[in-house]
Design a protein around this ligand. Structure first.
Ligand code: 6PG
Length: 467
């Protein structure tokens, strides 16, 4: 057998196997274990030349014995009970200064709970984004827990992570406890929103402008050479360009229009409400997935009200591109403000400029615009992104197109929930004199809740009298 491993990993499913191979490839000896031994044997075949740096084990005891002290073990098991069960199984085998790293898509509340549960070992919660390819060749890594524990394995995490164009590693410690999983959750909320806005624009092209999938693919591909350059635009072009091997039709025309979800977008929306941090673009994206899944209801709706989409006259493709640019800035502004709210609420470090940097490569929402966002947050991390001069200029140039697209959707029955939510949020966020004075008046009328006055006078109830 080889020397002792620097690190261990449990769970050789798709993501775990890819991460283990990535670690071995970067020169770190790794010991691995999977509940089902057949999976471990399959992994051995996949490891090929990297087997020299991999110690395959068949029991948890062997795994623990194969790792150099103080030990670090990465868990790549399904989020939830499986993580608790695995921690419980390891607890009696490990020493107090050994470190368990949960690299799954955990709910950050679970990570908080595990951190405060007085575990007999050290514990880090780590968000990993980038799917299988990212895990194998360079994911974006968002860590949470004690900084000293992060520092202990930072060399490995830095080595295996994606590298941005400037060469910097996309792996950062976000703060204590569940901070890393929280950032990953917001990443996924933004992922839902980005995907929904792209789907909405696709719908305008398909139903409003009558474009074929190939022309839509070419449009996305062209946009990917401009300000929208991003992984999600790139894959949208590829998805639109693909043909179904069974029928020869465009793939998009055979895929059922009902979106799946595992829950991370929903967690973002729920947490945003707890934090009083408005993220309406993400909320709209989650709601749109839910509504998409209610296909029978939508069919019943169409039977009663008739088909909605009608041709949109005279809407240039450039307007759609600008609508997406504006929508993206507005959505990210909401996401970063939500992370800032969490930093205050939970007392977490949350280095906002670094979060933007960590998302520049490896993860699903990687995009060139994150460079501008990182720069804006470096200037002033607490200022809302829409107020950063460079992004404000972009919004000034693109919001008229967003308005045009949302208006065209409203007039022609094309549903654009996320883009509309972004525009409505923007219009509230840039209106100094809003309409909540009416709400305050109503609250005082029916419940004597009181209000503050614009003139500062010391009279906090209206002259409503008995009613
Ligand atoms: C990532 C992805 C990854 C996964 C999503 C899918 O960053 O690598 O976000 O975590 O693809 O969880 O989520 P849904 O199934 O909810 O769309």
């Amino acid at each position: 057998m080889q020397q002792q491993a620097r690190i261990g990993l449990i769970g050789l499913g798709t993501m775990g196997a890819a991460l283990a191979l990535n670690i071995a490839e970067k020169g770190f000896a790794i010991a691995v274990w999977n509940r089902t031994t057949a999976v471990t044997h399959r992994f051995k075949a996949e490891a090929g030349a990297l087997t020299d740096r991999v110690i395959l084990t068949e029991t948890l005891q062997d795994l623990v014995a194969a790792i150099a002290k103080p030990r670090t073990i990465i868990l790549m098991v399904p989020a939830g009970h499986a993580v608790d069960d695995q921690i419980a199984a390891l607890a009696s085998l490990l020493d107090a200064d050994d470190l368990i790293v949960d690299a799954g898509n955990a709910n950050f509340h679970d990570t908080n709970r595990r951190n405060s549960a007085g575990l007999p070992v050290r514990f880090l919660g780590m968000g990993v984004s980038g799917g299988e390819d990212g895990a194998r060749h360079g994911p974006s890594i968002m860590g949470g827990g004690a900084q000293a524990d992060w520092d202990r394995i930072a060399d490995i995490l830095t080595a295996i992570s994606a590298k941005a164009e400037d060469g910097s590693a996309c792996a950062t410690w976000m703060g204590e406890a569940g901070a890393g999983h929280f950032v990953k959750t917001v990443h996924n909320g933004i992922e839902y929103a980005d995907m929904q806005m792209i789907a909405e624009v696709y719908g305008v092209m398909r139903d409003g402008l009558g474009m074929e999938a190939a022309a839509i693919a070419a449009t996305f591909a062209r946009w990917n050479d401009g300000p929208l350059k991003s992984y999600l635009i790139e894959i949208s072009a590829a998805v639109a360009a693909a043909s179904d091997p069974l029928t020869g039709n465009p793939m998009l025309d055979v895929i059922l229009d009902a979106a799946g979800q595992k829950g991370t977008g929903r967690w973002t929306a729920i947490e945003a409400q707890h934090l009083s941090a408005p993220v309406p673009v993400i909320e709209a994206a989650v709601a749109a997935r839910n509504l998409s899944a209610r296909r029978a209801e939508r069919q019943a709706g169409e039977a009663v009200f008739g088909p909605a989409p009608q041709a949109v006259a005279g809407l240039p493709l450039e307007a759609l591109e600008h609508a997406l640019i504006a929508g993206k800035i507005l959505c990210y502004a909401q996401g970063f403000a939500m992370i800032d709210a969490a930093a205050r609420d939970f007392g977490w470090a949350m280095p906002l400029p670094d979060i933007a940097r960590v998302w520049r490569a490896g993860c699903i929402i990687r995009s060139s615009m994150l460079n501008d966002m990182a720069a804006a947050l470096t200037e002033d991390a607490r200022r809302n992104l829409i107020l950063a001069p460079a992004l404000a200029d972009r919004l000034k140039a693109s919001v008229p197109a967003l308005r045009q697209v949302v208006a065209a959707g409203a007039l022609n029955g094309l549903a654009l929930p996320a883009l509309s939510a972004g525009l409505a949020w923007f219009d509230m966020a840039r209106t100094a004199r809003g309409t909540a004075n009416m709400i305050q008046g109503q609250r005082d009328f029916f419940g004597a809740h009181g209000f503050d006055r614009l003139d500062g006078a010391d009279r906090h109830h209206g002259p409503w009298g008995a009613h």
